[in-house]
Design a protein around this ligand. Structure first.
Ligand code: PLP
Length: 345
């Protein structure tokens, strides 16, 4: 699971960690107004938050041109991924490798067969191969766009057409956790397909652009009948804390904050690209707030060496290569990363 993976990544963390770049968090958040709203909300913590969910749901629905019936709000998107594994694990699940494993590994632990197809040579989901693999046994297709860990997006038109065709045969789950960090989220999202009546599921989170991973807020978008199925097996809005509602309500579509967060990440990313080039590393260009680059030694060893300098990153192995995934932090953190990289290279 996400939690176990990260605990393992941090097991060897030295007491003084200088740059935590292993969990795709965003240090540019939460916004100042979110922090203020959290503090103000504390006195109300003895109350159940009965109304805030409705208010938030209306905000999202209004912005996206959806109805509240298309939404299920949750303490992060993880509970929805897990519910997806339970509800759609009766046949085979088709996805790619590597991708975000939460839904897939949950399904597998319940005995579901998961087909993980290789990525394309440019490290993207291979939609053609996935479409070919879908058959009458397929109960779900999981697409992570942008993909974690490769930070790549697929062509939006191609994914749209894929969803239109394949959703007639099976349910498609599009994990858009990192969508707010792409250059043009409105062009990249598959939300318009929900409005057109296609039977797909989309998940979103406040853990990334909004910098609220520790506050826990996310949501799913789907057809009302699908939302009902998920509501039956998840606590939904009832799992979200008062303080989290307060922060989410003031953060949602706060354009100046979103721009500051996005721009901060772009500046750090540019610095990271240059630092990698300087040390002779190639990298997969990133459409989000992390990236992968091939390392010259065993990737677990590389991660341990970086840890010695207080830098926490993650190791991966795919396409017969050893990789490091580094999350994009503050400029200060990227400088710490660059110094450590120069030492271990
Ligand atoms: N989906 C993807 C692709 C992720 O990388 C993550 C976390 O990193 C999640 C979902 C879970 O996010 P959360 O439960 O914080 O919304």
């Amino acid at each position: 699971s996400f939690l176990t993976d990260n605990l393992i990544a941090m097991e060897t963390t030295p007491p003084e960690i200088k740059a935590r770049l292993s969990a795709n968090e965003n240090p540019f958040g939460p916004s100042a107004s979110a922090k203020e709203a959290i503090q103000k909300s504390i006195d109300k913590s003895y109350q159940y938050a009965f109304y805030e969910g409705r208010e938030m749901s209306k905000k999202i629905a209004d912005f996206e041109g959806l109805s509240s019936d298309n939404l299920l709000l949750s303490a992060g998107s993880s509970p929805i991924l897990q519910a997806g594994a339970i509800l759609y694990g009766k046949g085979t699940i088709v996805s790619s490798k590597p991708t975000y494993e939460d839904l897939l590994s949950t399904a597998e632990s319940m005995g579901t067969k998961v087909l993980r197809l290789p990525l394309t040579s440019d490290y993207k989901f291979d939609l053609d191969a996935i479409e070919k693999a879908v058959d009458s046994n397929t109960s779900l297709v999981y697409i992570c766009n942008p993909n974690n860990p490769t930070a790549t997006i697929v062509d939006s038109n191609k994914l749209r057409e894929f969803c239109k065709r394949v959703s007639k045969k099976t349910m498609i789950f599009v994990d858009e956790a990192y969508i707010d960090l792409v250059e043009n989220p409105a062009e990249t999202t598959m939300i318009p397909l929900i409005k057109e009546g296609y039977n797909i599921i989309i998940t979103r989170t406040f853990s990334k652009l909004y910098g609220m991973a520790g506050m826990r807020f996310g949501y799913m978008i789907g057809q009302p009948a699908t939302i009902k199925k998920f509501e039956q097996i998840t606590p939904g809005s009832m799992s979200v804390a008062n303080a989290t509602w307060a922060a989410a309500l003031v953060s949602y579509q706060d354009k100046p904050f979103m721009k500051m967060s996005y721009d901060g990440i772009q500046t750090s990313k540019k610095y990271l690209y240059d630092a990698l080039k300087k040390e002779g590393y190639e990298y997969v260009p990133s459409d989000t707030n992390f990236l992968v680059f091939p390392v010259k030694e065993d990737s677990k060893k590389f991660v341990m060496n970086m840890m010695k300098y207080g830098v926490s990153v993650r190791s991966w192995e795919f396409n017969d290569k050893q990789w490091c995934r580094v999350s994009i932090g503050t400029l200060e953190e990227m400088k710490t990363f660059a110094l450590a990289l120069a030492k271990v290279s």
